[in-house]
Design a protein around this ligand. Structure first.
Ligand code: NDP
Length: 503
């Protein structure tokens, strides 16, 4: 199928990206090869910036899911990956990271087209994916066991071993970085992998499968199932999987966990958020305004850690909001690949509809909307960023995840008040604190119920920094040493040395 992208957009693409859109429909990648279509069910891959279908893909059938898990199981059980010397796994993963780096601009273009995000953001995503892969490649040769101080006649060791087959269901907002948070530690320690990218943005994950083949990752070690409809549910209930990592909505996370209970499969869940940004009167205003804007306008607010609740000292509320709205109105909304775009469209018409309905409901409940710049005309799924003041605590917009460019503002009077407002959420993924007083920062950071707290900054990710949530934001951590713990199992080996010579 030929992409119907506007020629002005198409001409911006590198040949690798253009060829990827022009190839026959994407299909499942199983046991080292792209499968001929088993299913008649095809889904379009839509450019959210123009609403046109760029290509389409064949969704994985239930037989494909079973085959992918079987292939991953066989690849694990015969040791073609898990029993390689760690140096060999590290070298192979570093080579794979190099290939992704080599193709990073083409992959960034595909990611921008698929998700709608500005190309500059997509470039950072691909760079992050490469960095995470390299970080865990290094762990393959660094992980050590322990000798346990058991009774003297015993020699007891603790060693970390691979889990087996790991599966991932990944979302559309950060397709490749979030895939890598799961795949990189899994592969580093010898596990095999089945990935199910989101139906909204499958391009980069399927492209990555091709790089795995080029890198010489053994057949069956990485399998990719572009889904749609029931693929995720089929994967979570498939026998033969040892671990499932899911990133997405809290509701689907609950379904994943229920299914995993039947097979006693390990689960980590990175779910929604409603993250607060607390701005104290003594904050560095320039940095705080920039941090608040980046925290909510990046990726048009479609981020699990979006700093979607501004909780601000009443004394600076009006002046801060005026400046925030003034700077927001200077943002350029446009196609992700258009030079100068600060904010792209939402990922789909459905997502835009959901966001716009939530804003309308908030206004009906008494909130005051300060709209940002006018979105472009056309068929793209654009929406205006909105700052909402006069938001009553407990209303839907204050409570529920929007996953769009919508910031609520609530004033506080005291530090206790600020912490209480911040923690008054079923979510607990991230939080930001802005103050030039170190004691305020430390005191408040301690009291916030969140998996990660950024102080005088927001949204800093690094392969070494564990990430995940509390409460309805999920459990388990990704990145850093947490990735080692969640993709290995501790084995205790006990050798009875006997009583020893009598003396
Ligand atoms: P969902 O959480 O509903 O996830 C959808 C994905 O899960 C799809 O890929 C789907 O694949 C799979 N899935 C659906 N049902 C099941 C099931 N029973 N078992 C296993 N997998 C399943 O996200 P949406 O994309 O629909 O977005 C809805 C909202 O979720 C957003 O508005 C946002 O609030 C939140 N979200 C949060 C993200 C985060 O980063 N934490 C990321 C994305 C969304 P298939 O159809 O192939 O089965």
């Amino acid at each position: 199928m030929t992409a119907k992208l506007d020629p002005s957009v198409r001409d911006l693409l590198l040949p690798d990206a253009r060829n990827w859109l022009d190839r026959p429909p994407l299909s499942p990648f199983i046991d080292g090869a792209f499968r001929a279509a088993r299913s008649e069910h095809r889904l379009p891959v839509v450019d959210p910036g123009s609403g046109v279908t760029m290509t389409e893909y064949v969704t994985a059938s239930s037989e494909d899911v079973a085959d992918a898990v079987r292939a991953a199981r066989a690849a694990f059980d015969d040791g073609r990956w898990s029993e390689l010397d760690p140096e060999a796994r590290e070298a192979r993963l570093r080579y794979l990271a190099g290939l992704l780096d080599r193709d990073s601009e083409a992959v960034a273009q595909l990611e921008s087209l698929d998700t709608g995000k500005p190309l500059a953001e997509a470039r950072l995503d691909i760079a992050e994916a490469v960095a995470v892969l390299r970080y865990y490649a290094g762990w393959a040769t660094k992980i050590e066991g322990v000798v346990i101080p058991a009774p003297r006649r015993l020699l007891a060791t603790g060693t970390r071993e691979a889990l087996g087959v790991c599966a991932a269901i990944t979302p559309w907002n950060y397709p490749l970085p979030i895939l890598m948070y799961k795949l990189a530690p899994a592969l580093a320690f010898g596990n095999t992998f089945v990935a199910k990218p989101s139906e909204q943005a499958p391009l980069s994950t399927v492209y990555f499968a091709q790089l795995c083949a080029e890198a010489g990752i053994p057949d069956g070690v990485v399998n990719v199932l572009p889904g749609g409809g029931a693929t995720g549910a089929a994967l979570t209930s498939a026998p033969g999987i040892d671990k499932i990592a899911f990133t997405g909505s809290t509701r689907t996370g609950q379904a994943v966990m229920r299914a995993a209970a039947d097979t006693l499969t390990k689960v980590t869940l990175e779910l929604g958020g409603k993250s607060p940004q607390l701005v104290f009167a003594d904050a560095d205003w320039d940095a705080a305004i920039k941090g608040v804007m980046d925290g909510i306008w990046t990726n048009a607010g479609q981020i699990c850690v979006a700093g979607s609740r501004l909780i601000i000292d009443r004394g600076i509320h009006d002046e801060f909001v005026t400046e925030l709205v003034r700077r927001t109105r200077q943002l350029t909304i446009g196609h992700g690949l258009a030079p100068g775009t600060h904010m792209g469209p939402l990922v789909s018409a459905a997502q835009r509809g959901r966001v716009n309905r939530m804003v309308a409901h908030a206004v009906a409940e008494g909130a005051e909307a300060h709209d940002g710049p006018t979105p472009p005309e056309g068929n793209g799924f654009f929406t205006a960023p909105a700052v909402l003041t006069n938001v009553a605590p407990g209303t839907q917009i204050e409570r529920d995840e929007v996953f769009g460019p919508v910031l609520t503002v609530v004033p506080f009077d005291t530090e206790d008040d600020a912490v209480r407002l911040a923690n008054n959420s079923c979510y607990g993924l991230a939080a930001g604190v802005w103050s030039t007083a170190n004691d305020t920062v430390h005191r408040v950071a301690r009291r916030l119920r969140a998996g990660i707290v950024w102080a005088n900054s927001y949204g800093i990710f690094h392969p070494s920094l564990p990430f995940g949530g509390v409460k309805s934001s999920g459990f388990g951590r990704e990145l850093g040493f947490a990735g080692v713990e969640h993709y290995t199992e501790l084995k205790t080996t006990v050798i009875d040395l006997g009583p020893g010579p009598a003396n």
